[in-house]
Design a protein around this ligand. Structure first.
Ligand code: C2G
Length: 130
């Protein structure tokens, strides 16, 4: 059995998120997803996501490809999460390319291409224009 792990905020859940999750799941037999908390986002960007962490994790947990979801409280804990969930593969979108290569001692690390033309940031900017 191959366990795949991936992480994200998944604010305003969209097709880019779904594509990434489905492709990550296809790389193994079990997919666990770390959903970054509101506090983690606040410390990173000075802003809370539009959708609460409770609702974001509920959406992720209910996706067909997802076997389990947990809160990602800190970027520094990735190694602990990988071990805790016995992950064999860490998958991230290629906006993170190279950033998690140090986990290659713990598991395989794969960066998948992002879906073009969509992002939470873009949706927020478009909506702001009305
Ligand atoms: N993604 C994608 N295509 C898009 C937008 C996002 O493939 N058009 C992917 C990202 O590359 C990421 C995942 O969807 O792998 C989740 O995206 P975000 O919610 O933006 O995640 P992020 O805030 O970058 O993750 O430890 C990392 C943190 O949890 C933050």
């Amino acid at each position: 059995a191959t366990t795949v792990i991936t992480f994200g905020t998944y604010d305003l859940f969209h097709i880019g998120h779904l594509n990434l999750i489905n492709r990550a799941a296809a790389l193994g037999s079990r997919l666990v997803v770390g959903v970054s908390t509101d506090d983690l986002n606040f410390s990173k960007k000075g802003k809370r996501p539009f959708v609460s962490e409770q609702n974001r994790i509920e959406i992720i947990r209910n996706l067909k490809a997802v076997d389990a979801a947990f809160y990602e409280e800190s970027l520094e804990l990735k190694g602990e999460y990988i071990k805790e969930h016995s992950a064999d593969v860490l998958v991230m979108g290629d906006d993170w390319s190279g950033r998690f290569d140090h986990f290659k001692s713990l598991c395989e690390v794969i960066y998948l291409p992002r879906t073009d033309g969509i992002s939470s940031t873009w949706i927020k900017a478009e909506l702001a224009l009305g």
